[in-house]
Design a protein around this ligand. Sequence first.
Ligand code: NAD
Length: 492
Amino acid sequence: MHLQTPLLNYINGQWYVSHATQCLPVVNPATTQHIARVPLSPKSEVDFAAVAAATAFTSWRRTPPTARVQYLFKLKSLLEQQLEELARTITIECGKTFAESKAELERAIENVEVACGIPTLMQGYNLEDVARGIDEIMIRQPLGVTAIIAPFNFPGMIPFWFLPYAIATGNTCIVKPSEKVPLTMQRIFELLEATGLPKGVVNLVNGAKDVVDAILEHPQIRAVSFVGSSPVAQYVYSKGAAFGKRMQCQGGAKNPLIVLPDADMEMTTRIAADSAFGCAGQRCLAASVAVTVGEARHTFTEAIATAAETKVVGYGLDEGVEMGPVITRESQTRIEGLIQQGVDEGATLLIDGRQAKIPGYEKGNFIRPTILQNVNPNSTVAQTEIFGPVLSLMHLATIEEAIALVNSNHWGNMACLFTSSGAAARQFRYEAEAGNIGINIGVAAPMAFFPFSGWKDSFYGDLHGQGRHAVEFFTQTKVVVERWPKDWSRQF
Ligand code: NAD
């Protein structure tokens, strides 16, 4: 990679150097080395991509679904062949471990597999004789040009919650990756190009807020899929809707994990530690609050402290490393500040992971797993998305109190319960106000054939990413009511 040459945009089947007047460095968060430069593309390049995508739409929507999915079968095969190389790229720009990067790509591939079922998934329905001699048919048609705006934490997976469904249903598409991790999509677009997709069907425009605003304002873009923090999700949702677009915006989270006294404590702790500290806590499905109920308090607290202390932290490409750095120095400073705020608000530091120095990577953005104990549910630290390897512990007397705490959360991405009681599990599943529920599961990530169901401030819109929801999001329904009187047909 030549550091002088900025990353390229891919528009209308060709790679272009952006006319951007400004570039940002792409930084390896473990070494803080600059590994590339990403252009902050101007509005005119979004326009170029939207016009190319609108032109491509005319013939792409007429391409039979069975032919469209052949490109996705090729893509699946290319992604599998390049999986290790892509995973290395994710670790280098995003910091997570190599195993975590491979797992994320497997999730991306699963979405390609589901979208290959479009000839079945996209079918409408019909009824003969809705009135005497009259038939009614519902068909699904693509929207046109769609756009995807992605966050930094899953550079390979998140665009795939949308892209395979968008193009399989006959839309064309523009992707804007996070400016912090643009390398992975650059590589994946090389694979999309290698599938032979017609020009203009998929387009890549690098950049930041200006590109997002240009997408939201563009009259030829019909629908936008966004994933990122809640304040930006809310902004993108409102602005896109004001410009008449179909919107789905997935936001931030503060996920509680409830531990009942009858839980299998060894399994619970192992799973809770992975949920809280995996990907350095930078998952929108990371557990960030663990609530022990009754007698669970002592056993869980001791075991989770041991799990946190023994996590091997380091560079994600090194053998045996279990947790990598956080994305930027600013994130590190922000997270360490929130830990201090927790202490100032009365919590005690059971494990303090601040100022971590990893031999060989002293400049990296590392924070070791951190646990705050006796966190007040009304404190700022209990209400703020930390997005780092920090677990807050709280204690309550009953499951009813724990569910009330879950439901007081203004986010609703995920809530998990650890128990061996079916009745408690059912009560939780029924009453907890979150879109993704884990029962003895710590990262309740829906598989590709289920919707990624955030609620409340974790989601703005109606139809989520993945599976049938994605098929509905990327299609508009048309109803045909028809009558064919017999004597008319005799005239021909
Ligand atoms: P972010 O909101 O900072 O950025 C997301 C995208 O929005 C990026 O492409 C960025 O360029 C763009 N953007 C940033 N600020 C903008 C602004 N002011 N106006 C217009 N566009 C802007 O999010 P991030 O830090 O990249 O990602 C982490 C966040 O994403 C966390 O809050 C996490 O919970 C959330 N997330 C949610 C899900 C989910 O499914 N709900 C999944 C992954 C991540």
